[in-house]
Design a protein around this ligand. Structure first.
Ligand SMILES: [Zn+2]
Length: 298
């Protein structure tokens, strides 16, 4: 295994559990290789409901839910071998209905951008990541907190290195730090779901993905570019343990666990990313988020 001390990766996510379903095995791999990995969680996930039908005793209040989710997050971080930091914003919830109801007062998605990005700018200046990951501008999933997570991470990537912006944000007033690369997570591409769906059928197994493939094909959502495919099959176990740690959110009999792991390792042993910005020379496609980064340049 490659050892890469001195490198730092910051993965910015909207809710507790997103770090375990998007880029999770990549963070586990880099942590195992000696990279310092910090997962940043923008909100507490207070408005998430219990999504696991076999969860025994659902929390009765938002405070109780937040407390349970803090415990789940800590267990997931241990499973991935990463550190984790709460940005402290309040979950916006997923609005449902026609017309959609207004977002609740004070929620993350309604915080003005400069105010929402300030604590992340401070954290970037303190942790000094070489690489940041987050979602693409669509959020990757139509949840207002995912879209806001993109905006905040994009803003922090662009501003943390500029001494004239967000002055005084961070320890010692916030010494500017420019992360070298920004990536978007792409773990739910139609190509991936279709490949796994077809491999399941070829193996004579049931696939839970038939309807999903059909509806995604019908909606013709443009596929985003993939620039970077990181080999992560040996870390599927860590990812699965992290997913299971979010017991209120993840059904151990559900969707995430419907694919035999040997089949997944054979047909889709990677996690995919889109390089959004680079301050180092790059050669695409790549197989490493740190390609082109030399810490002696710090
Ligand atoms: Zn989320």
């Amino acid at each position: 295994m490659v050892e890469r001390p001195g490198l730092r990766l910051m993965a910015v996510h909207a809710h507790p559990d997103d770090e375990s379903s998007k880029g999770a095995a990549t963070t586990a791999r880099y942590a195992a290789e000696g990279v310092e990995v910090l997962v940043v969680t923008c909100t507490g996930g207070e408005r998430g409901s219990v999504l696991n039908p076999s969860y025994p005793d659902p929390p009765s209040s938002a405070e109780a839910m937040a407390e349970v989710r803090r415990g789940e997050m800590a267990a997931a971080a241990r499973a991935l071998g990463v550190r984790q930091h709460w940005l402290g914003f309040v979950d916006s919830g997923l609005p449902e209905g026609d017309p959609l109801p207004p977002l609740p007062d004070g929620c993350f998605a309604l915080v003005p951008l400069e105010e929402a990005a300030a604590p992340l700018v401070a954290l970037v200046r303190e942790f000094r990541p070489h690489v940041m990951t987050t979602y693409d501008p669509s959020g990757g999933y139509p949840h207002p907190d995912h879209v806001m997570c993109h905006k905040v991470a994009y803003e922090a990537f662009g501003a943390a290195g500029d001494p004239d912006r967000y002055r005084g944000h961070g320890p010692d007033g916030g010494t500017p730090w420019q992360p070298r690369k920004l990536y978007y997570n792409h773990d739910f591409s139609l190509r991936k779901i279709r490949t796994i769906h077809e491999a399941l059928l070829d193996a004579g197994l049931d696939s839970p993905y038939g309807d999903w493939v059909e509806s995604r094909e019908a909606r013709e959502i443009p596929e985003r570019e993939v620039t970077t495919r990181v080999q992560v099959a040996p870390w599927f176990g860590a990812r699965d343990a992290a997913l299971r740690a979010h017991a209120t959110q993840i059904d151990p009999e559900g969707f995430f666990f419907a694919v035999p792991r040997d089949l997944e390792a054979r047909v889709w042993p990677v996690e995919e990313f889109e390089l959004a910005h680079a301050h180092v020379p790059v050669h695409l496609p790549e197989d490493d988020l740190f390609a082109g980064i030399h810490i002696e340049d710090d």
